[in-house]
Design a protein. Sequence first.
Length: 143
Amino acid sequence: MTNINYLWPLSGGLLIGLSAGLYLLLNGRIAGISGLAAAAAGLTHDGISKLGLGFLAGIIAGAWLAAVLVRQPIIAITSSPALLIAAGLIVGYGTRLGSGCTSGHGVCGLARLSPRSLTATVIFMTVAGATVFVAQHLLGVKP
């Protein structure tokens, strides 16, 4: 493994941890992407959140900056758009139902030693593993 191969993921992980920690310290709230996206879209009782809009803009700007500075990603849609939209809606519903997503529970909740977040993370990781197993070994879907 060359130096550059582990440097970018390490940097990304450190930035995610730093931003989640700063968000908690400065706002007293957990930085979950699904909650911030819902707030940015006005789907919460507080209406449209400027902070949520800024957070999402930062995610988009960071991805753009990484693509410009590091390399251009090769994007290939290999599933039907209808299937991708349905999957996105199901995941979105699940994050609202579970009161959080992988970033809220997996990054922030586990760091705070939250039993609820540990349970949620174990469940969504188990379901993800089962989904891959079923898709690859029972349905024959190749990655």
